[in-house]
Every structure is written in structure tokens, then in C-alpha cells.
Design a protein around this ligand. Structure first.
Ligand SMILES: [Zn+2]
Length: 413
């Protein structure tokens, strides 16, 4: 397998290229700088010997490792994204390599007193004795998801160099703009031509995910009536008090901060109010499709009840679906999860299978016809200065990719 140092070098060559995406841009990729790494990746895919290496006008990259067996094997894909989140700067990343981690505080930046501590981030203790890659405390790292890219490319390189390992046709896909929710939008599923795929975009070593939230956004607009306070009796309608009534009608305990696992929630994330009108913005989340539909209906019912009391147009609600639980698309082809689980176990790791409390590109791709569970890439503390990745977790992810290729060929022999 690829040496630790080569893997570190490869990973560092990606994270030192700034690829922050931009939610305010309408182009794809959303930021020009994403092209820099995209072009670099195209060169590298060609250099390691992949075929059909293509990049389209939106910077979606695809490549092929041809089958090396004569029998029919389903085509599988591995996908990751090369942009980083706009939530935190990804410019001038200066990765620090911590060899043989001793389980103590890691000073990321002495000058600014920024410390990565196991007192706060207990997961660090899982990696005692391993090699960690961290930030210098001033940027994010970009292991999300350049770890995934390094793992996929390293696994493909390994398979090219080891023709004795038997596998079917493998497709590789790298996308821009995942962090602003658009990674799947312009992904050409037909051109990719895989029977199924895996995003290498999970976190902790062992993670395997094929369930995510059903998601919708709701905007509640409440109309009031403004009158001079001195003459307001019986005339003024204060939309903020009606908003309060609306908020209180939803169960206070079904919120992100009071739920976990498969429990859904209503999340009020913005209030903008004056007497004349108030706007509430919510997201609605539930793994269960029936409960999800019930939650949306419940929010409409509260609006109806208030309107019955105060007049037809007092409360207006607009609800838009955002994404759906991929489980319903993956369950009919459950062997694709079984193969990944077997591959993880074969690498000597205990699979951690749990529902995602969010969405992935894989959930969108699953509904576009490409069933796509998510596998760990190894990083922790995404989207901020405390992001880090153990090199050993990345090595295990490479092994998992190679195992998946092998198991898929074997199962269809
Ligand atoms: Zn990611």
C-alpha cells in the first residue's frame, strides 16, 4: 500500500490549494479558484494511468479504471468533492504533521494560544501513537473532502500497480460545490455510468451511512397592523406576539438541541420582526418519510388555526422540500451496503453504521438514479480550525476502497 509519507505529500498538495466555494455565486464551479485543484487532479488521474479522464465545463471530473476480469461485474463508482466550506477560510493552509501523537494537548498556534485538546475533543485519544495532520489554527484543513480524494486516487494507483487484484470497471468522480449543496446538481449520472457508487465523505474511521434526513425549509410570514401606540386600543395588531404564539404551538422539545439518533425536529433559525410583519424561518427534519409529511402538515395546521381566530391572511406559510432520505433508494439494493460493511471488516475495522443527521451528495445522487452510501474519509471537526485527520485512518479508507473493488468482482464471479 502507499507509504505514509507519499500519502501525506499527496494530501498536502491538495489542501494547500484554496478551493473555498461561494454560495453567493450562480456559476459552477461557484469560485474560479476551484479550477486550480481541478486541473491538478486531472493531470494526476492521467499520470497514475486511469483512462477516459474528462473534465466538463462545470469542473466535474470523471475517470475510469477498466475491468481486469473477463466475467461481467457491475460498474462501481467512488466520489468525493474538492471544494471546502465557505464557513471558514481555506486560504494559506499550513498543515502540521504530528508524528506518534502522545495523547496530550496539541498547540496549533502558540502566538494566538490556539490549542487542540483531548479535554474538549475526546476523539483525539482514539489516535494515540498515530500520525495526525492538523491546521496551524488560522484556517480549516480541508480533509473534508480532500482526504476522500487522496484516498480514491491512492486506491486507484494501487490497483493499477497490482493487476493481480481482480476488479470490475471502476469510475471515479470528483465534484465542485458540495459544501454549498450543489455538488450533485450538475453531476451527469448517465455519463458516469456506474450501477452504484460510494461517496468517501464521512468522518470517523469505520463510518458507513445510508440513511439521512428528509429535509424541508419553511418560511412563516405574519401580518400585523401598525397604529400609533397612543391610539392603538382595539386597532393595533402586533405581528411579533402572533409569531410568539406560532412558535409556542410547536413542541419545544422537538428541536436540534433536544434530539438525537432518528428523532426529527423543527428548527427555528431566524426571526425578523416588527409590529407590521414578522418572518420566521424553519428547517424541518425527519428520517421517517411519514413523520416528515406529518411535521409539514402540522406547521400548516397551526397557521390555519391562527387564521381561523384572527382572519384569513394573518399567517402565510411556504414549505419547500430540500432533500430526501436515501434509505428508500438504497434498501432495494442493500447488497451495496453489505459489500461496504464486509470491506470495512476485512480491513480490521468495526463498522459504525448510523443515520446521518443531515444530508450528503449521495442522497441527492441516490434520487438521481445512482444509489450512493457514504463511507468514512477519516477526518474530524470539519469546517473549522480544529479539523484534523489521522494518516492511519486515510490508509484504512484506501484499503476499504480496494476491498470493495475486490469483493464486488468476487461476488459476481
Ligand atoms: Zn464533505
Amino acid at each position: 500500500m502507499i507509504s505514509k509519507q507519499n500519502l501525506i505529500d499527496r494530501f498536502v498538495s491538495y489542501v494547500t490549494v484554496d478551493t473555498e466555494s461561494d454560495p453567493n455565486s450562480m456559476t459552477t464551479p461557484s469560485s474560479k479558484k476551484q479550477w486550480d485543484l481541478a486541473h491538478q487532479l486531472v493531470k494526476e488521474l492521467k499520470a497514475i494511468g486511469l483512462e477516459d479522464v474528462t473534465i466538463d465545463e462545470n469542473a466535474y471530473i470523471m475517470a475510469t479504471l477498466p475491468s481486469n476480469v473477463s466475467h461481467d461485474v457491475p460498474t462501481i463508482g467512488f466520489i468525493s468533492h474538492f471544494d471546502t466550506t465557505p464557513d471558514f477560510t481555506g486560504a494559506n493552509v499550513k498543515p502540521q504533521i504530528i508524528k506518534n501523537y502522545d495523547g496530550k494537548d496539541i498547540v496549533l498556534n502558540a502566538e494566538q494560544n490556539i490549542v487542540l485538546s483531548p479535554d474538549y475533543f475526546e476523539d483525539l485519544l482514539l489516535y494515540k501513537g498515530q500520525t495526525l495532520i492538523t491546521t496551524d489554527g488560522t484556517t480549516l484543513l480541508g480533509a473534508d473532502d480532500k482526504a476522500g480524494i487522496a484516498e480514491i486516487i491512492s486506491a486507484m494507483e494501487y490497483l493499477v500497480q497490482h493487476p493481480e487484484i481482480k476488479h470490475g470497471k471502476i469510475r471515479v468522480g470528483f465534484t465542485p460545490d458540495e459544501e454549498i449543496g450543489r455538488g450533485a446538481h450538475k453531476f451527469d449520472v448517465e455519463k458516469f455510468g456506474a450501477d452504484w457508487a460510494y461517496t468517501m465523505d464521512g468522518s470517523e474511521i469505520g463510518e458507513l451511512e445510508y440513511e439521512n434526513f428528509n429535509a424541508a425549509g419553511a418560511v412563516v410570514t405574519i401580518k400585523g397592523k401598525i397604529v400609533h401606540p397612543g391610539y392603538a386600543k382595539g386597532k393595533m395588531i402586533n405581528s411579533m406576539y402572533i409569531a410568539q404564539e406560532y412558535i409556542n404551538a410547536l413542541p419545544r422539545e422537538e428541536t436540534p438541541e433536544q434530539t438525537s439518533g432518528r428523532e426529527g425536529f423543527y428548527h427555528l433559525y431566524s426571526i425578523k420582526g416588527e409590529v407590521d410583519h414578522t418572518t420566521l424561518q424553519y428547517i424541518i427534519r425527519d428520517h421517517d418519510r411519514t413523520h416528515f409529511e406529518e411535521r409539514k402538515q402540522f406547521m400548516k395546521n397551526i397557521a390555519d388555526d391562527i387564521n381561523k381566530k384572527l382572519g384569513v391572511d394573518t399567517v402565510e406559510i411556504e414549505i419547500k422540500d430540500q432533500y430526501f432520505n436515501m434509505r428508500e433508494k438504497v434498501e432495494p439494493v442493500m447488497h451495496i451496503v453489505d459489500i461496504a460493511e464486509e470491506a470495512i471488516k476485512e480491513a480490521g475495522i468495526t463498522p459504525i453504521i448510523k443515520p446521518i443527521r443531515g444530508g450528503t451528495d449521495g442522497s441527492q445522487l441516490s434520487f438521481m438514479g445512482l444509489p450512493c452510501p457514504n463511507i468514512f474519509a477519516g477526518g474530524h471537526n470539519f469546517h473549522g480550525r480544529y479539523e484534523y485527520v489521522p494518516v492511519e485512518s486515510m490508509q484504512k479508507a484506501i484499503e476499504v476502497i480496494v476491498n470493495i473493488a475486490q469483493i464486488t468482482a468476487k461476488r459476481n464471479a
